[in-house]
Design a protein around this ligand. Sequence first.
Ligand SMILES: Nc1ncnc2c1ncn2[C@@H]1O[C@H](COP(=O)(O)OP(=O)(O)OP(=O)(O)O)[C@@H](O)[C@H]1O
Ligand SMILES: O=P(O)(O)OC[C@H]1O[C@H](OP(=O)(O)OP(=O)(O)O)[C@H](O)[C@@H]1O
Length: 298
Amino acid sequence: MTVSERQNSSPPENLKFAIPKKGRLYDKVVELLKGAGVEFRRKDRLDVAICVGLPITLVFLPAADIAKFVGEGNVDLGITGFDVVQESQVQVEKIMDLGFGKCKLSVQAPLIENYTSVEQLAGKRIVTSFPNVSKAFFKEYDQKLGVTTSVSYVSGSVEAACGLGLADAVVDLVETGTTMRAAGLEVVHDILDTQAILISNPNSTHKDLISRLKRRIDGYITATKYVMIMYNVSNELMEKALVITPGKRSPTITNLSCGNVKAVSSLVLKKEVSEKMDALHDVGATDILVLDLQNSRM
Ligand SMILES: Nc1ncnc2c1ncn2[C@@H]1O[C@H](COP(=O)(O)OP(=O)(O)OP(=O)(O)O)[C@@H](O)[C@H]1O
Ligand SMILES: O=P(O)(O)OC[C@H]1O[C@H](OP(=O)(O)OP(=O)(O)O)[C@H](O)[C@@H]1O
């Protein structure tokens, strides 16, 4: 075996974990794995990386192929979009939503045509990278109206299909709508909401390691959503302050050496922290500090 073959080979007993090799989800997935303590070094141009200190081999694949690989048992675990899972038509176990890669899969048509309902597109030409989801979606309308919608697959630049005269409408992902508007399209109907999800093969033999990874990822995601708020407050004002910061379960209250004042620490949602600080100030709390959480197990 050559050196490069050895670098590329996974110990057979390792859990195989497929993640997107590039694209929209890549940076977020790498950040998530780092936060969950899954360390790896990916050598230039290699699509396999063995993790440090964990029996895990990461496999870098196109996002669109990951659900199929997980469903067919070539890998144990994967991260990809829910849209990809729906399109792949395979049986996978959804472990958890990951909270990024959020967008919608929508039927989009030229603004100029002014379509007001999706029924008007039944029987017409649709171009998409999601032929299975699109066919399943239009089936109901085809049956109702006695027509046959033509669904054709393209692997990319879907939004260009109407302008090129290849389609009457497209089924594509929309987040901000920038791509769609630039192509002169508008949403006629949303088919599904999607985000990145962690999936596993239902027959994987690595159940314990998958549970451990789930706890780690869960802990990291929770830590990114919360901050720890700490403040001092007098006994008389305590009740009002605790209404503002009830904590995830309950706040921690510590006696201070100086008389009538106590220190409170409590978890607060990051998105609510400024408003909580204002409210604490207004009820008379002092020395208000906010600390970021690195990680958590709750
Ligand atoms: N604009 C977006 N906003 C949020 N999530 C998105 C967006 N576009 C795609 N995604 C999510 O990321 C997944 C992968 O999309 P991406 O466009 O990166 O795939 P790709 O086509 O494999 O990448 P590339 O085009 O670079 O080869 C999609 O299946 C979807 O779940
Ligand atoms: O509503 P928006 O914010 O414009 O996002 C939607 C676009 O994002 C994705 O493509 P991406 O930019 O990842 O490139 P791709 O077509 O090469 O996959 C998707 O396929 C849409 O075209």
